[in-house]
Design a protein around this ligand. Structure first.
Ligand SMILES: N[C@@H](CCC(=O)N[C@@H](CS)C(=O)NCC(=O)O)C(=O)O
Length: 231
């Protein structure tokens, strides 16, 4: 049976990490037998991150995209019936979500003081008291430096909202009146976009972005639909 190495469930989500949620949903879509192994520290994983899957022969495959590739090599087609053009669009939606939208969610959780107070306990409550005072602050400082490095950490909350808005409109436009991004059935793009929309909405203290998504009749309903169908 495949083992899914994942961050724990929390904030009402399959996992604190939307990448882990995506991986769990892909495994569900593929219909393969799997079991979850929750982890707190990903440093021993091949890429030092989660998710990863463990195979029967001991091979560990890190990274949600590699997990998708592995499942496809086993014969599961996540994008069955999609045209080449739709597959190209799907790839672009996945990248937009994982390489841009994701960092807005990171800023909401780690950059917003009210949320950080909750997130620190959620993520690091398992640490002994001394480490709990040191480790999260250092990780937060390092992460905020990275966010400044990629640019998003230099934006005000309002500027971030303006930056992500066209992405959210693109998702709504792609959905139109369809239940999923490419029609009546969830595909690979829904495992990503749905997971990340849910992660944004799961902000412990509402932010302008979490409100923007949860109050959007198309996006909010879409995220809930994805969680029901794939979770
Ligand atoms: N490209 C990776 C991204 C995975 C990722 O960024 N995981 C984060 C959690 S959301 C992580 O493990 N962070 C821990 C760390 O960087 O130390 C994937 O698709 O799996």
């Amino acid at each position: 049976m495949i083992k899914l190495y994942t961050f724990a469930a929390g904030l009402g989500q399959f996992s604190y990490s939307p990448f882990c949620t995506k991986a769990g949903w892909l495994l569900n879509l593929a219909g393969v037998p799997w079991e979850r192994h929750d982890m707190q520290d990903p440093r021993k994983m091949p890429l030092g991150k989660l998710p990863a899957i463990g195979l029967k022969d001991g091979t560990i495959i890190p990274d949600s995209d590699n997990i998708r590739t592995y499942l496809e090599k086993q014969g599961h087609d996540f994008d069955a019936g999609l045209s080449a053009r739709d597959k190209a669009t799907s790839r672009a939606f996945i990248r937009m979500t994982e390489e841009h939208i994701y960092f807005h969610q990171v800023m909401d959780r780690w950059g917003d003081d009210a949320n950080w107070n909750v997130i620190r306990e959620e993520y690091f409550g398992f640490l002994p008291p001394i480490l709990r005072r040191i480790v999260p602050s250092k990780l937060r400082k390092d992460l905020m430096r990275t966010m400044k490095g990629i640019g998003l950490g230099r934006f005000t909350v309002q500027q971030r909202l303006e930056r992500i808005e066209p992405d959210l409109l693109a998702i709504s436009a792609q959905l139109g009146d369809r239940p999923y991004l490419f029609g009546d059935t969830p595909t690979a793009a829904d495992a990503t976009v749905g997971a990340f929309m849910n992660a944004i909405m799961a902000s412990p203290v509402p932010t302008p972005l979490s409100r923007r998504v949860s109050q959007d009749p198309i996006l909010g309903a879409y995220a809930a639909r994805c969680a029901t169908a794939m979770g």
